[in-house]
Ligand binder design. Structure first.
Ligand code: TRP
Length: 390
């Protein structure tokens, strides 16, 4: 990240108050603008996912190209992932909710990567067996968003390495140490696992093309903090004979304590709603959540509150409003002072309880197929990758 900005966003560090428009400029990505959203809505059968309509996904690379290919009859596949270091929280599902929507509307194959290696390298206190255990728990949560078992595939890094390794070798040869040092901000004490890791996060972008023996476009819904990995990927793609992956980037969900991202790294557990939190914990966390409310009831009735800085509004926006109409009425009543924070909090808490109960049921059901979705080795006799040279 540029040294004189007041915030930092890399896959390994998110700091400061993020100016998202500026971040897009710094990263050199495109705006997910009205004409493109409209086109996506048209191709998807009439509407876009609420996360897109509400501006949570706000940036992209080459989404238009993926849609061009789709219109020409060349389907794309989806790819997203999770570094397992603990339980998932509600906003971790954003990228998978969007993938599920694309899968349903466009019939796309989905590839999930569980990076139980990455997190061992990135978190000093996490043991390898714990990362693997969380990886499987997280995978159940991810599949429970409603993926099609026939079209969903999983790379679980420590188990899928035989499938990932051939392409990782080719990628790693083309990425220099000075590139990853600059892109990820590595320091002399950074372990060599992280130095190599980005090669593994690249592989799923290319794997379906490698296996098919021809170019298959890739679309990655993810938080914008992951973009640096895919900049590296995009630089090596064409020299290796693969198409550059396209990306749609979301903003980072704000934490309940009003911190910039709903991450628990170095923070407290109170900053996020975990999918395995007991109902009482959920109530307590929401009760204590940071809002955009005023100092007194009288003031709030008179002046209204500020949804844009409110962590509870972010819950409605990213997951819990059932319809655009409901989202708009929550926003309006917040801004006007008609609904006070206490009422808003108890309404959203009710939604969270309902969601978690349904999620827990779906999560039990995916146990039947989760294991068999994991890719353990490449198919026999994979045609070698089309490539421009050694
Ligand atoms: N690096 C991501 C994390 O720390 C995990 C990940 C792997 C990922 N592949 C991905 C995220 C693709 C988004 C898209 O959580």
């Amino acid at each position: 990240m540029a040294p004189n900005e007041s915030f930092t966003v890399t896959p390994y560090e998110v700091k400061g108050r993020i100016d998202y428009a500026r971040l897009r400029e710094l990263f050199g990505t495109q705006e997910l603008d009205a004409p493109l959203i409209e086109r996506l809505g048209r191709l998807s059968g009439g509407s876009v996912h609420p996360l897109i309509a509400r501006g949570v996904y706000y940036s992209h690379r080459d989404l238009g190209w993926v849609l061009d290919q789709y219109e020409k009859g060349q389907p794309f596949f989806l790819y997203s992932g999770r570094g397992p270091s603990g339980p998932l929280h509600s906003s971790h599902l954003m990228q998978f909710d969007l993938c599920q929507w694309f899968q349903e509307r466009f019939g796309a194959e989905m590839y999930v990567q569980i990076t139980d290696d990455e997190k061992v390298w990135a978190r000093a206190k996490l043991t390898r067996p714990d990362a693997a255990r969380w990886g499987y728990e997280n995978l159940l949560d991810i599949l429970a968003v409603g993926f099609d078992p026939k079209k969903t595939h999983v790379f679980f890094d420590t188990r899928s390495i035989a499938a990932l390794y051939p392409i990782a070798v080719d990628v790693a040869r083309r990425v220099t140490y000075s590139t990853v040092k600059a892109v990820f901000g590595f320091r002399p004490e950074t372990n060599i696992g992280l130095v190599f890791y980005t090669a593994l996060q690249t592989v799923p972008c290319f794997y379906p093309s490698w296996v098919a023996g021809h170019a298959v476009p890739c679309l990655i819904p993810c938080g914008i903090d992951q973009d640096p990995h895919f900049r590296v990927t995009r630089d090596v793609a064409e020299p290796l004979g693969f198409p550059k992956p396209a990306i749609v980037h979301s903003q980072m969900a704000p934490g309940l304590r009003g911190e910039r991202a709903m991450s628990t790294t170095g923070g407290t557990d109170d900053n996020a709603l975990f999918l395995n939190d007991p109902p009482k914990e959920i109530d307590r966390k929401i009760r204590n959540a940071f809002t955009g409310g005023r100092a007194t009831v009288e003031e709030q009735r008179r002046l209204g509150a500020t949804p844009e800085i409110c962590s509870v509004w972010a819950l409605w926006r990213t997951k819990f409003a059932r319809s655009d109409a409901e989202f708009e009425s929550v926003t309006r009543d917040c801004r006007s002072g008609a609904m006070l924070c206490g009422e808003c909090k108890s309404k959203v808490a009710e939604r969270v309880h309902e969601f978690l109960a349904e999620h827990a049921e779906r999560r039990e059901r995916v146990r039947a197929w989760a294991e068999s979705a994991i890719i353990e080795r490449p198919p026999p006799a994979v045609p070698d990758a089309p490539r421009a040279g050694p």
